[in-house]
Design a protein around this ligand. Structure first.
Ligand code: KIV
Length: 292
């Protein structure tokens, strides 16, 4: 957590954290209760990631996620946040047609959802032009290089990027170009730790790693992966800090058993009719339970 637990994290404060050597803690969240818990735990940056599609909406990858779905979830997240910086992911095909449409889509996250900026995958020359245009339109941008999940059909599979020197040099150039284009931070996904360290040294803006080794300025994970709340096989870089799937599955199984054997609801969880008013006094007896 940055120095003051109640001061809102801003884009300049992320840069100050890098300069001070204070590691940035980032995590995804997709709805109000998740974001409330994540913010209360002191996470600096909350990303409403398009991983939404896979961990919440049940899509096979992030490609089908729409702007409307992202805005809907970003709204729920920002309602819970007073301190954490909320950034929203530009979903596939929200920034592919024209500069005007890209800015209009990105602005929805700020105007409708109250996010502080957007994340955009990739660093092709066309993408860098979009980053410049967004920044020019007062929309802060977080870049994303290495494994970019929206390129799944081109990549064929989710795999570590930058193991070979040629590809590593390209990713390094892309990260620097994003920073030069005005990105306030760059996500490095699934790259060797050595490359993560090197890019972190190259850039004056923070790097946020996910499977990019310990030397990035910050780390991010997907909420459901951190909490063991999914069914997918997890990538090597994930450390799971809880087994929510087990806790929730066990609780639901106990509930189902109780319903089937008639043990739920019992008297303590049932309402009762009020007693008839006594004729002599005209005063009714109080009902049991909290009736609303
Ligand atoms: O969509 C997402 O959750 C992300 C993070 C994994 C960086 O892009």
């Amino acid at each position: 957590m940055s120095d003051n637990a109640t001061t809102r994290v801003t884009i300049p404060s992320l840069r100050a954290m890098k300069a001070a050597g204070t590691r940035i803690v980032a995590l995804t969240a997709y709805d109000y209760p998740q974001a409330a818990l994540v913010e209360r735990a002191g996470v600096d940056l909350i990303l409403v990631g398009d991983s939404l599609g896979m961990v919440v909406l049940g899509y096979p990858n992030t490609i089908p996620v729409t702007m409307d779905e992202m805005v809907h979830h970003a709204k729920a997240v920002t309602r819970a946040c007073r301190r954490s910086l909320v950034i929203a992911d530009m979903p596939y095909f929200s920034f592919h047609l024209s500069e005007g449409e890209t800015i209009r889509n990105a602005s929805r996250f700020l105007k409708e959802a109250g996010a502080a900026g957007v994340k955009i995958e990739g660093a092709t020359p066309a993408r860098l032009r979009l980053v410049r245009a967004l920044v020019e339109a007062e929309i802060p941008v977080m870049g994303h290089v290495g494994l970019t999940p929206q390129s799944i059909h081109r990549f064929g599979q989710y795999k570590v990027k930058g193991k070979e020197t040629g590809e590593a040099a390209r990713i390094r150039r892309e990260a620097s170009a994003l920073a030069k284009a005005g990105a306030f931070a760059v996500v490095l996904e699934c790259v060797p730790a050595e490359l993560g360290r090197r890019i972190t040294r190259d850039l004056s803006v923070p790097t946020i790693g996910i499977g990019a080794g310990p030397d990035c300025d910050g780390q991010i994970l997907v909420f459901h992966d951190l909490l063991g709340f999914g069914t997918e096989p997890l990538p090597k870089y994930v450390r799971t800090y809880a087994n929510l799937a087990g806790v929730i599955g066990g609780a639901v199984r106990r509930y189902a058993e109780d319903v089937r054997r008639g043990a739920y609801p019992d008297d303590a969880h049932s309402y009762h009719a009020a007693a008839r008013p006594a004729r002599t006094t005209g005063r009714g007896a109080a009902g049991r339970g909290k009736v609303s």
